[in-house]
Design a protein around this ligand. Structure first.
Ligand code: FAD
Ligand code: EPU
Length: 299
């Protein structure tokens, strides 16, 4: 797939990122989707040799991609979707496997412990990188080790403690996660299914799950809920173009149809100003911004 003669990867395609993100905004990028860890390694090597910047795309459910798109190569992991079962609850999943598939296939085998993955679209790699989760736990708690491809194409296995999982962060930024090894407990399948259904119901009641969004826009400040702060500032329903602060949950911005990334950026600015004025708290972004923006991605 990858030319070793300095040519661009032969399977790269220029595509709009908007349909590849759950918020449904974002301009074009050159996308390459390796199907094996070896292809991934060659691609990252090629990027290093040609000084081509790269980023990794899972299901695009925590991204705000700018309208002009992004330079370099976007590595789409969807082809890395293997799943293998070992001894004593060991499960090895490819980075591009959907977490809903991981949940379903492990549950069928009587393996549980993945309540943290219920109620949002993600890939295994994206969930590991973000240490995604919430009050039912976080992804890193179930991870034993992670196979990554580092800058220059070096393949390494990182033990869980080397991944430094923390609230919506990990040391996996800067790597491409290729494969994740989970260790899952044996559970009673019926009880587990009932628990998962209950979490689904609770989330569907509290969050606008049927509208395009990138989940929570802001991280929760210590001891507070960003959604509650936005709500208390009276900002629910605030709209710029096709982007709206959800009337269901103040920490979601939803695309009501035809929103541009610039609309979302402006709305983020206004919400931050409103919350800072009302509560004296400067909200930090949870969504990752790709491309040029007036909003600082990481304070
Ligand atoms: P992407 O959005 O594609 O990428 C996110 C980040 O991970 C980027 O930095 C990207 O470069 C990086 N990345 C992706 N794949 C890899 C890889 N293989 N290797 C290295 N880096 C990678 N999040 C929560 O934590 N809890 C929730 O309850 C929650 N609810 C949500 C509800 C909705 C409706 C939506 C739309 C989102 C929600 N989210 C939630 C946010 C989002 O789903 C998670 O952050 C998710 O883990 C992102 O996974 P992804 O595969 O879509 O990653
Ligand atoms: N609240 C309001 N108004 C709102 C939203 C929330 O008053 O508009 C109140 C709720 O009533 C509740 C409190 O704020 O008393 C907390 O709300 P919620 O239980 O919805 O949790 P959250 O802190 O807003 C966090 C995560 C979610 C995760 C849920 C459930 C962050 C930023 N958000 O939300 O994660 O699904 O807990 O575990 O950590 C995400 O990261 O994208 C995400 C959706």
């Amino acid at each position: 797939m990858i030319s070793r003669t300095g040519c661009a990867p032969s399977t790269t395609r220029s595509l709009l990122l908007s349909p590849l993100t759950t918020l449904r905004v974002g301009g074009p990028a050159d996308i390459c989707a390796p199907r094996t860890v070896e292809e991934l390694k060659l691609l990252v090597e090629w990027c290093a040799e040609t000084a081509t910047p790269w980023r990794v795309l899972g299901r695009g459910s925590n991204l705000l991609v700018c309208d002009d798109g992004v330079p370099g190569i976007v590595i789409q992991t969807r082809g890395l979707d293997g799943l293998a079962f070992g001894e004593d609850g060991e499960v090895t999943a490819g980075a591009g496997l959907r977490t809903s598939v991981l949940l379903g296939r492990t549950r069928e085998r009587g393996l549980g412990g993945l309540e943290c993955l219920v109620g949002y679209p993600a890939t295994v790699g994206g969930a590991a990188r973000m240490n995604a989760g919430g009050k039912w736990g976080s992804t890193g708690q179930r991870i034993e080790r992670v196979r990554v491809v580092g800058p220059g194409g070096i393949v390494r296995d990182l033990a869980a403690d080397e991944c430094r999982f923390a609230y919506r962060s990990s040391a996996l930024a800067g790597f491409v996660v290729a494969e994740v090894v989970f260790r899952l407990p044996r559970v009673d399948e019926r009880e587990y299914r009932a628990r998962i259904d209950a979490i689904h119901r609770e989330k569907a009641a509290a969050q606008p799950l049927s509208e395009p969004s990138a989940g929570c826009v802001f991280k929760n400040p210590k001891g507070a809920s960003a959604g509650m702060l936005v709500d208390d500032a009276g900002l629910k329903g605030l709209r710029v173009g096709g982007a709206e602060v959800s009337t269901v949950h103040g920490n979601f911005i939803v695309n009501k149809g035809g929103a541009m990334a610039s609309d979302v950026h402006e709305l983020i600015d206004r919400v931050r100003e409103g919350v800072e004025r009302r509560a004296g708290v400067l909200l930090e972004l949870e969504v990752e911004v790709w491309g040029e923006t007036s909003v600082p991605a990481r304070p």
